[in-house]
Each structure stands twice: as structure tokens, then as C-alpha cells.
Design a protein around this ligand. Structure first.
Ligand code: SF4
Length: 498
């Protein structure tokens, strides 16, 4: 093998530690990882780190492994370079890149950046891979540190991020984990061989911990198809129910003894057994108590990571978009284009503009519906405390008092087998007649894609023509969420009148 070829990376080793099937997929059938807002947070934090630790050799744009290895080697040998960003090391066919290396006389400090707000258990074995390889390449490390985002940092403008970074010395904990890395490398290298067969691993808790596995759709799809619904669809299953089903080899929902189920789970079981929706007899009275007009609202928020808006924190939920559909009377028909909306990305007074326009649009009477309303209510409560919005406190309180949560309402009063145990609006909408779909090609499909759009639109390197495209997609996406609520309430009213 050419000495610059590599088989493993830190990502692949961490995949293998989580699940060997995941590692196999990484090698043989990797998923096309689309752009993701988490990458953008990492990139922006990376820039802050480089500004913070100062001038050095920056290899972050060097993707050619050969060049990165050569430049790292040169910098280490020359006494002129004291800081290296994205230094490359190769040992036992394993390539790693180090976020920051700082020279200390004849030794070095290794710093690994994570855009989390604290040290997490999974960081230690992750950094141990880095330190094991670096040390094996003959580098003497005096200190190993994790650098993460300070959750209490408040941005005050002028691109001043002096206190955004926090360092934690993890030298001792990491050194204790280095020993196992060699075993992992020896074990995982063979997974890259052309004819290595895919390990048989069942889906389970490890699919979400420590990282949400990208292949979950694939593994669920590979499960033997059954005409019968699994008991696993039940939301918020108690552990003892799962244990009972495993011990008694129960796989389908209909085979679970009713005595083992809660009232809510029994309703779900009956709906699937009879393939029939369930509507609570008390729903009509509940719907009748709501005052007209009806407003359907939805917010999009962003966790900036590196804040760019004055007086905001890294992981505050910063609202940047709302959509409202107003339904004046039961006979009115609403369309997607009837939505009113607000969308802004980086105005320094975005929070004030957001709330002023929302208060004006929702008036002072009528019921305001939101799905999983805790999100909207928490944003409103947070805005109330902001200096820039303080004069609107009583109006915000009045708006909060008019909000009704359609998620709680549905959980209490409605279930359809098509929901498959999920109460997400995107799932509910599949079982009622609507004029639109979330699945359209090229559209924003969920909140994480909306967050990605915010990063694209606030990135100075984004091409000019991209921003209007993103704005159009975001406006359509958020309007779909509020039109979906209109369809839901309309459906429930029609069903309860019959
Ligand atoms: S979904 Fe679960 S079983 Fe499948 S590859 Fe990922 S971690 Fe492994």
C-alpha cells in the first residue's frame, strides 16, 4: 500500500464503536450526507477558534491528504510554526486531523473542538483516537484539551467572541482510553475489505446513542415486513412493557394483552385492530369552547452556535420566521397563499420585528392554535424578557393566554392507524384530506432543514441567487405547517358534527 493511503478515520472508528453494521455501511454503502446545519455551526466555531488562538499554519482548506501530511510534517520540524490548525497524521492506515496543535518548546498541546456546550462522555474516547495516533507518530503531548462553546456567552457585537470558547483539560481521562484504540484499529481495518460481509446487528438503543445513526431508515426498512403492526409504535412505552414483550416473544401490537396497556395505548391498539380512527366523544364540547376567529401559528427558530445577533446566546432559540393562517368562520376555505408571514435572518433587531409583526397579525381576540405549543410559548416567554421587547410584555402575555396546543388536543381526542403511533403534525396530516404534501422534491421538509436555510442565508459566501430561492422554500414550508393545523381542526369539527 502507498504510504499515504488510508483506510480508517476517526469518524469510522467512532462509527465502529457505536455499531459494526454502521461502520460497514460507512465503508460499502455510505449515505450521501447532505449539507447539515450542524456542519455550519462547526465551521463557524472553527473560524472563531482560529481567530482566538492566533496566527499559525492553517491546513483546514487542504483536503488532499498527501499535501496535508507533508505540510504538517514540515511545520513540526521547523521551529517557526507554533500553531497548526487541522494538522494531519497517519498511523496504521488511520488518518486523523487535529483541530489545534500548539507548540510548547519540544512538546505540543492537542486541542479538540466540539460545538457542544459541555464535555460529554463520548468526547473522551473520540479524543483518545486523536491522541493515540499523534503520539504513535512520535509527537510528545504535554496536554490534551477539549474546547467547547460557552453556553453563557452573550454576543455584544463587533465580532467579539473573546469569551465564547471554554477549555477543559482532559489529559488524564483521555490517556486512560488510548490503550483500547489499537484494538479498535486492528478490529475495524478489515471492514474495508471488498468482500467483507455486513454484520448482523438488530436495531436498538445503540442506534441513537451516542449519535443518531444515519442509517436508521435503512435498517428499519430491512426488518422483515409484517402485515401486523409492531408494539414498538406505541409512544412513550414504559420500560416494563418492553421487557414483558421481549420476555414473552410478543412482536405485534395486537398480541399485547390489553391488561398490560395504558388507556391511551389501548385506544391505539383497538384502532389498529379494527383499522379505524378513534375520536373522543368529548371532543365536540372541547371544540365548541374555542372562540373565533381561529389563528394557526408556527415559528421557526435557530440555534446559532456562534451568535451573530446582539444580545443573544449560542443556543438560545432565536426566532427568525413565523407563519399565520387566520380562519374567520367555519364556511371559509383557506389556501396556502392565505398565510401571512415574517422572515428575517440577521437584522440586529430581529426579535423586536418578529414579535411586533406577530402581535399585529394575531390581533387581540380569537383562539391561537399551535402544534406542540410549548415551543411557541417558550419563545414568547423568552422574548418578553429581552430588553428590546420589554414594553410589549402585557401584549405577549395576552397572546400566550390565547394559545391552545393541538398536540395535546389530538393526544386526548384523536387517533388514526395511519399515524403509526406518532402525533407529529406531518404524520397526522397524512390521514386527513389536504391540498398539499411535505414530500415535494427540493422543498424544505422539516425544522432542521429550515435551520440549514438560515445558515445558508447568513453565510457571506452564499451565492446571491441562492438566497431568494431559500426564502421562497422557507415561506412555503412554514405556511404548510399552519395550513396543516387548519386542515386538522376543520377535519375534527366536521367529524364531530356528523
Ligand atoms: S441503525 Fe442501528 S443497527 Fe443500523 S447501522 Fe445504525 S446503529 Fe447499526
Amino acid at each position: 500500500m502507498n504510504k499515504n493511503n488510508y483506510i480508517l478515520t476517526k469518524t469510522k472508528i467512532t462509527s465502529g464503536i457505536q455499531c459494526e453494521k454502521k461502520l460497514w455501511y460507512d465503508f460499502h454503502e455510505p449515505k450521501n450526507t447532505n449539507d447539515n446545519f450542524i456542519f455550519h455551526i462547526g465551521n463557524r466555531f472553527g473560524k472563531v477558534i482560529r481567530d482566538n488562538y492566533g496566527k499559525g499554519l492553517d491546513l483546514s482548506n487542504i483536503k488532499d491528504t498527501k499535501i496535508a501530511l507533508r505540510e504538517t510534517n514540515k511545520a513540526i520540524l521547523s521551529m517557526d510554526t507554533n500553531i497548526i490548525y487541522e494538522a494531519a497524521f497517519l498511523y496504521l492506515d488511520t488518518l486523523i486531523r487535529i483541530d489545534v496543535l500548539i507548540r510548547e518548546k519540544d512538546c505540543w498541546q492537542l486541542l479538540e473542538a466540539k460545538s457542544s456546550t459541555k464535555l460529554k462522555d463520548e468526547h473522551i474516547p473520540d479524543i483518545a483516537i486523536q491522541s493515540f495516533i499523534v503520539k504513535s507518530c512520535g509527537i510528545n503531548l504535554t496536554k490534551i484539551k477539549l474546547i467547547h462553546i460557552n453556553p453563557d456567552f452573550i454576543y455584544k457585537g463587533d465580532e467579539n467572541y473573546k469569551n465564547l470558547i471554554k477549555e477543559i483539560d482532559v489529559t488524564e481521562a483521555v490517556c486512560l482510553r488510548e490503550e483500547g484504540v489499537l484494538n479498535h484499529i486492528n478490529n475495524f481495518r478489515k471492514f474495508g475489505q471488498k468482500n467483507f460481509s455486513c454484520p448482523k446487528v438488530e436495531i436498538g438503543d445503540h442506534c441513537k446513542k451516542p449519535h443518531d445513526c444515519d442509517y436508521q431508515d435503512r435498517c428499519k426498512f430491512l426488518k422483515p415486513k409484517s402485515d401486523k403492526v409492531s408494539y414498538e409504535i406505541l409512544p412513550n412505552k414504559p420500560k416494563k412493557l418492553v421487557k414483558y414483550c421481549i420476555e414473552n416473544k410478543i412482536k405485534t401490537l395486537e398480541d399485547v394483552p390489553t391488561g398490560k396497556l395504558s388507556d391511551k395505548h389501548r385506544i391505539i391498539q383497538t384502532a389498529h385492530k379494527n383499522n379505524k380512527e378513534w375520536i373522543n366523544g368529548e371532543l365536540k364540547a372541547e371544540l365548541n369552547k374555542y372562540n373565533w376567529p381561529f389563528y394557526f401559528i408556527d415559528f421557526e427558530t435557530i440555534n446559532q452556535g456562534v451568535p451573530i445577533i446582539n444580545d443573544t446566546k449560542p443556543y438560545d432559540q432565536l426566532p427568525f420566521q413565523w407563519s399565520v393562517h387566520k380562519w374567520d368562520a367555519p364556511d371559509d376555505e383557506l389556501k396556502l397563499s392565505d398565510s401571512k408571514s415574517f422572515l428575517d435572518f440577521d437584522s440586529q433587531d430581529i426579535e423586536l420585528k418578529f414579535i411586533e409583526s406577530l402581535l399585529s397579525e394575531t390581533g387581540d381576540k380569537g383562539t391561537v392554535f399551535a402544534h406542540n405549543a410549548a415551543t411557541e410559548i417558550n419563545v414568547l416567554k423568552r422574548l418578553k424578557k429581552k430588553e428590546i421587547c420589554k414594553h410589549l410584555t402585557s401584549k405577549i402575555d395576552a397572546l400566550i393566554s390565547r394559545i391552545e396546543d393541538t398536540l395535546s388536543m389530538v393526544k386526548k381526542n384523536f387517533y388514526h392507524p395511519i399515524m403509526s403511533g406518532s402525533y407529529k403534525i406531518k404524520k397526522i396530516i397524512k390521514c386527513i384530506p389536504t391540498s398539499f404534501s411535505y414530500e415535494e422534491e427540493g422543498s424544505v421538509k422539516d425544522g432542521t432543514e429550515a435551520q440549514l436555510s438560515w445558515f445558508i442565508c447568513t453565510d457571506p459566501n452564499t451565492k446571491k441567487k441562492e438566497k431568494p430561492k431559500q426564502i421562497e422554500l422557507l415561506e412555503e414550508y412554514c405556511a404548510k405547517d399552519t395550513l396543516a393545523l387548519y386542515y386538522l381542526i376543520k377535519y375534527l369539527i366536521e367529524k364531530t358534527i356528523k
